[in-house]
Design a protein around this ligand. Sequence first.
Ligand SMILES: CC(C)(COP(=O)(O)OP(=O)(O)OC[C@H]1O[C@@H](n2cnc3c(N)ncnc32)[C@H](O)[C@@H]1OP(=O)(O)O)[C@@H](O)C(=O)NCCC(=O)NCCS
Length: 278
Amino acid sequence: MTVVRNATPADVEGVAAVVRDVWAREILPEVCRAQTEDDTSGLWVAVEEGHVVGFASAFLTVNEAQDRRWELDLVAVTPALQGQGLGERLIRRACQDGAQRDIALVRALVRVGNVASQKAFGRAGFMTDRRVYHLLQWSPRPARTPAAAVDGVSLLPVDTLVYRGLWIEGLEDVSPIRQSSAVAAARSIIARGGRLTAGALVAADREHLLAAGVRSRAETIGAYYWFVTPISAAGTQRQTMLRHGPGQCPQRVVDFPHQLTERQHEDLRSHIRSRVSG
Ligand SMILES: CC(C)(COP(=O)(O)OP(=O)(O)OC[C@H]1O[C@@H](n2cnc3c(N)ncnc32)[C@H](O)[C@@H]1OP(=O)(O)O)[C@@H](O)C(=O)NCCC(=O)NCCS
């Protein structure tokens, strides 16, 4: 029988082995250990006969508007045991524990082509409107002057199991000059802190809002959907539909009835179609 439980420092090597099997890469063991101990992050493992066969990793981010998001950053199941519901169990467990941390939502970024992951998140109660986001990344670049905060843009240092980086949010909502300042600040912060990369997710249909100088210095890493589940004040997942706010992240959500009429289904389908083609 496979048990899903909180990870302990003794599970770090087991998590590393799953990451090697699934992505052929190494983890940052000190970040992994910290996630088992720190209240602003979480790590859960699926264990079978004493061996770690899967894990989920999450951490808290708080943006400029003070929205508290539980970022379900990585989920993986060892290849031989995929397709048996372990991914869904790990995701549900990460949501339950996240809900104890006064968060508004749990969200996960899933590659457009990753059908297994999309199904696992869907089964665990997440929703997406399939709006396509491009992940853009900038490399470290030291600056002579100290990095200053830029109004309207959140710069969020993140420590994940596989990299230390910085997320930029709200970039395309501010003027070209402020975009340049924010990216310069982000690049100097990661250069100073020994972080690997600064990244921003920009909706494909809003990428034209980026300043040419900002866009041209970025590398495009891939295309993603946000999968989101809101958490009620009582700490439970709610059935919802995504609605995009003015920022690039679908942070606003509205309750929607469990049973949709055929007409509502058609409206939702055409909304999703227009998002994908838009
Ligand atoms: C994504 C992942 C964690 C899902 O875990 P899982 O235990 O396989 O997921 P579940 O069994 O809960 O179900 C996922 C669904 O995807 C399907 N599925 C699983 N592996 C699949 C594959 N290789 N190709 C297509 N579908 C797959 C399952 O049959 C199931 O479909 P269903 O709802 O129609 O029955 C796992 O497949 C995995 O580790 N993938 C590689 C790492 C990864 O992509 N992680 C997510 C991004 S961080």
